[in-house]
Structure formats: C-alpha cells, structure tokens
Design a protein. Structure first.
Length: 110
C-alpha cells in the first residue's frame, strides 16, 4: 500500500445550507474562509447552495432553486434563439430545389 497518499488534515467542519439555514457538523478536509460557533465551539464554516435538507428529492417538495440566475439565462437564450428562427423564416420563404429547376425548365422550354 502506498504511504502518505491520504490527507491528514481531517477536522470537524460545519456545512450550512444557504436556502434554509440548516447546519451539519462533519469531518472534512475542505478549506474554509469563514467560521461559526456551534455548541459553544468554533468550527470552520462552508456554505452550500443545496443539501439534503432543501433538495426536492429528499424533501418531497417541488421548488425552483435558482441562486445564480441560471434559469433566467437559459430562458433568455431560448427566447433569443426562437426570435432568430422566426426572423430567419420570415426573411426567406422556403422553396424546394426540385421545384425551382422544374419551373426554370418549363420557362426555358416555351
């Protein structure tokens, strides 16, 4: 077995769900910039956007969690693409190549 490949800085860390404020005390090697006092002791604090206390799969409630505007950006891109498709379709009517060739042949034959 290889030596010194596993981290040695496991320590108690508090993870806090920003949606509902739930805190979890566990061991982790993750670096934290903030700290929190929990049960009279100070621990490093890591904030997460979603956890098992707020995720719809675990809570059974369907709700939209959009912290960074991802849904709005997606909807805006979707609307812009739809408008571009409609503008392109309105600017150039569709004609089949086979129809234009037949029309040219008929006109040229007369």
């Amino acid at each position: 077995m290889k030596k010194d490949i596993h981290p040695t800085n496991y320590r108690p860390v508090v993870f806090q769900d920003t949606n509902d404020g739930t805190t979890f005390l566990t061991r982790s090697t993750a670096e934290a910039e903030e700290s929190i006092v929990l049960d009279g002791e100070q621990y490093p604090l890591i904030k997460v956007h979603i956890s098992s206390s707020s995720h719809p799969y675990f809570t059974g409630q369907e709700k939209l969690v959009d912290v960074e505007g991802r849904v709005d950006k997606f909807k805006a891109r979707q609307d812009a693409a739809k408008a571009a498709r409609e503008a392109k379709a309105a600017a150039k009517p569709k004609t089949r190549k086979s129809q234009t060739k037949k029309t040219e042949q008929k006109l040229g034959a007369k």
